[in-house]
Design a binder for this molecule. Sequence first.
Ligand code: ADP
Ligand code: MG
Length: 330
Amino acid sequence: MNTRARPAVATAAPHLPANAIELKGLRKIYRRSHGQPPVEALKGIDLAVPCGSFFGLLGPNGAGKSTLINILAGLVVKSGGSAAVCGVDIDRHPRRARRAIGVVPQELNLDAFFTPRETLEFQAGLYGVPPRERRTDELLEAVGLGDKADAYARSLSGGMRRRLLVAKALVHDPPVVILDEPTAGVDVELRRSLWEYMKRLNARGRTIVLTTHYLEEAERLCDRIAIIDRGTVVACDEKSRLMRRLDEKELIVSVTPAPGELPGELRRAGVERDAEGRLRIRYRPSRTRVIDLLDAVRAAGFTVVDLVTREPDLEELFLRLTGRGTETGR
Ligand code: ADP
Ligand code: MG
């Protein structure tokens, strides 16, 4: 790595804000026609996304994720509160704020008559990127569209369009990259390559914000996670701390003889029989030792044949915080 380039960055550092995105009391009310009641999509969101983080914005369908992102992108007008990108207020300096972010939208909205190359060149022009600083070929290569540079967008598959949208969001090399459900309906291979690319950008100091209702994705990638539900933030913390709030594990024990009706003492200890005839025990690791649970199983006349423990995941945290699942919507 070229370390000589570093000092310029270091001297600029004291002026860099700590937060890539800062929202205070952000509200959005969608007014609707035909006498329908208005929709309060964001109910006063306070949120800080630290510079350099890989941030997950999680929530079920209808939670308000796209609304939040579209406000930052300048596509939706907020109803109240404030929002700043890299310390730049979106009301006071809308153009500067917009230049600081690259948004990969949820919808595959591309001009069908433009080729990928034209799409990127046009976007670069919109952002005032001078021709010699454009990275059209490099970006197309990076998203695996090098050989499709001059194909018409309408001939591109859904996955290719998604990749083109990623490249399009990056033409002005924004410090903050926001992806709105980028892997919904996208194949495994593309997912993997997209995440590898985002991880590399993150390692180079870009802040990545990812919205998803796939908890597993956020769990794997993000270092910080906010959960929003019905327009409010229900949790926001480092991923590891969120996980620690789940003081619950599951122990699944295969036993002989096959359990029929469970003895009362086991039922009272919270032991259940699962569909495969194994014993399923939920316990709090901070209070209960596995060895004591196994002793209770043996004392009830069973021999332990095999056992597995299962860690809690974000799915469970999510359920507990919102009282419902992730795919159920409103
Ligand atoms: P998410 O991206 O988390 O699924 P959205 O921000 O798309 O959530 O939607 C939040 C809420 O706002 C939903 O109830 C949705 O129906 C409503 N909504 C979104 N866009 C509009 C719109 N243009 N007009 C009216 N209601 C809208
Ligand atoms: Mg959305």
